[in-house]
Design a protein around this ligand. Structure first.
Ligand code: V47
Ligand code: SF4
Length: 364
């Protein structure tokens, strides 16, 4: 089918043919998509893939975030959330406080707790096992999606045991799956500039490999809109695609839009809507072995998230309740949405809202 000509057309007809025939896109295709100003063609192609996999459905979940501590030994330049121990604004929730926060899921009818925090310089794995097992014992039916690969690797290091043992112990205590944070951008020179203390891209991927082999599913993210280039974004997506071919353990890809306020990179502008939409659509096109692409409305705003449902996205996260990481960095979105608000923002786009659990089973 020939492309209809408009002023912004660049020739993407060969990529269109590949997408329609279900062929894999390569590195050059990905970079050309980023370079093209033809957002409508990119979006339409991503929409073809999205509807092929997920039809007209948009998934959402009733969940609650618990950011249990902002005390962190790292100083990632893009982070406005972390504090040193004893610094003004530093906090660490006790298990009792975490259980109190968790108990709000009862009235909210939430099916998932999303639990992440900073890298505490002293607390060992026992504290985190206690956290997970206490919540799991009290709320056995709630799925605990907790600890990024960065936290897992830190717990292993501080406790002097392997990543495998760390994950095994947490799984035995009730951990259900891993969120996708901490991936940032895998390119070594960018990590050295933004987060030199953090585990490497290869270590992030290997932690996920070990989790997947243990039967723990996970998400995957990429932080974009800072100093990375198109080639870095595509290389990141290709590494995720490669690991997914090997393990099949990723559930969803979530591009995270950089929020500069209160960070050491506050001179960088917030991401433009065009980049947000491209990131989601190109993520959908490159990651042909991922079932889901999520627009995290907290970071993208409700308007872009709504439009993204025609640009490759089939998942809009959830009620969220009490997200601190992006709000520390200037997010102007609310800290939570009600189920009715989520359903109507989906319905306004002509799509069908579907409540899901963490593992994408439909909840009636
Ligand atoms: O790891 C930190 C990122 C992540 C900023 O798995 C920032 O479903 C933007 O991983 N601007 C934590 N991003 C959040 C996260 C996440 C969020 C929603 C859903 C899921 C999921 C995972 O946030 C961090 C880091 O990559 N981050 N600072 C910032 N200023
Ligand atoms: Fe710590 Fe995570 Fe913030 Fe980096 S992004 S400083 S690891 S809390």
């Amino acid at each position: 089918m020939p492309l209809l000509k408009t002023t912004l057309n660049t020739d993407l007809s060969d990529i269109q043919e590949k997408v329609i025939d279900g062929h894999r896109l390569n590195f050059e295709d990905g970079v050309r998509l980023f370079e093209s100003p033809d957002i409508l063609t990119i979006g339409r192609l991503a929409n073809i893939v999205r509807e092929r996999i997920n039809k007209n459905k948009v998934y959402y979940i009733i969940n609650r975030h618990i950011n249990y501590s902002n005390i962190c030994k790292n100083k990632c330049k893009f982070c406005a959330f972390s504090r040193e121990e004893g610094e003004n604004g530093a906090y660490q929730m006790s298990i009792k406080e975490i259980l109190e926060k968790a108990s709000q899921i009862i009235q909210e009818k939430a099916t998932e707790l999303h639990i992440v925090g900073g890298l505490h310089p002293e607390l060992g794995l026992d504290f985190y096992i206690d956290m997970i097992s206490s919540i799991h014992k009290r709320f056995p039916e709630v799925h605990l999606q907790a600890f990024t690969a960065v936290e897992i690797s830190h717990f292993a290091e501080i406790s002097g045991i392997s990543t495998y043992e760390t994950l095994k112990k947490l799984k035995d205590a009730g951990l259900g799956s891993l969120p996708g944070g901490g991936a940032e951008v895998f390119a070594t020179e960018i990590r050295e500039e933004l987060c030199p203390e953090k585990l490497s891209g290869e270590e992030w991927l290997n932690t996920m490999r070990i989790a997947h082999n243990l039967g723990l599913k996970s998400n995957a993210t990429m932080l974009y809109g800072h100093i990375e280039q198109d080639k870095d974004r595509i290389n990141h997506l290709l590494k995720l695609r490669e690991l997914q071919d090997e393990t099949g353990g990723f559930m969803t890809f979530i591009p995270l839009a950089f929020h500069p306020k209160n960070t050491d990179m506050k001179n960088i502008s917030s991401t433009a809507g065009i980049l947000d939409l491209k990131m989601l659509a190109i993520g959908r096109l490159m990651l042909d072995n991922f079932d889901h692409i999520k627009a995290f409305w907290i970071m993208l705003g409700i308007k872009i998230s709504q439009i993204s449902l025609s640009f490759g996205v089939d998942d809009i996260d959830g009620t969220v309740a009490e997200e601190k990481i992006t709000h520390s960095a200037g997010a102007e979105t609310p800290e939570a949405l009600t189920v009715n608000e989520i359903r109507s923002l989906i319905e306004e786009t002509g799509r069908e809202p579907v409540e899901r659990d963490t593992l994408y089973n439909r909840i009636n």
